[in-house]
Design a protein around this ligand. Structure first.
Ligand code: HEM
Length: 139
């Protein structure tokens, strides 16, 4: 199985999630509930596809070592570790946020959503940053 294009796909899926989350937030600030729901459900679908593609890549290819040395290496691993820890944390938060939203339980949805959204955004954006540093950075 040729998995060489999956890191690009993964970065594109992360960027799409970040875009949908931002758009979904803008919609709810304008009280556009249907558009908010569509964006957030699509962000969940995109992140689920990312997870499947990410696991497929790592099962078939293993990890790619970072070549940079010195300060940039600390920066890279700082971003990678915070990205990974928060990615694990955001999974149950996203499920709960979506569940409360779809049930119409907004008294519970809003407080947890305000925690989930920035963490999820951080994870999506740093996913793209890690991809860029690993495959395109000239260090
Ligand atoms: C996991 C996906 C979701 C995330 C990350 C999310 C995020 C948010 C955030 C951050 C807010 C608060 C906005 C503010 O600060 O004013 C909010 C409010 C809201 N969300 Fe979601 N949301 C998600 C899914 C949904 C779904 C599926 C629905 C379905 C109806 C929904 C309906 C609403 C409504 C109606 C509000 C406004 C509640 C109020 O102000 O009383 N959300 N959401």
């Amino acid at each position: 199985m040729d998995v060489s294009k999956l890191p690009q796909l993964n970065a594109a899926l992360n960027a799409t999630s970040a875009f949908l989350l931002t758009l979904g937030y803008i919609f709810i600030r304008q009280r556009a509930i249907k558009a908010h729901t569509m964006c957030m459900v699509s962000a969940c679908a995109t992140s689920t596809l990312f997870l499947i593609s990410y696991i497929t890549y790592h099962v078939h290819h293993g990890s790619t070592p970072f070549q940079g040395q010195g300060l940039v290496r600390f920066l890279y691993f700082g971003i990678l570790i915070s990205h990974t820890v928060l990615a694990v944390l955001v999974l149950p938060l996203a499920v709960r946020t979506l569940y409360q939203g779809l049930r119409g339980n907004f008294a519970k949805h809003v407080p947890i959503a305000r925690l989930t959204l920035p963490i999820w955004l951080y994870v999506s954006v740093t996913g793209v940053v890690v991809y860029w540093m690993l495959y395109h950075g000239k260090f």
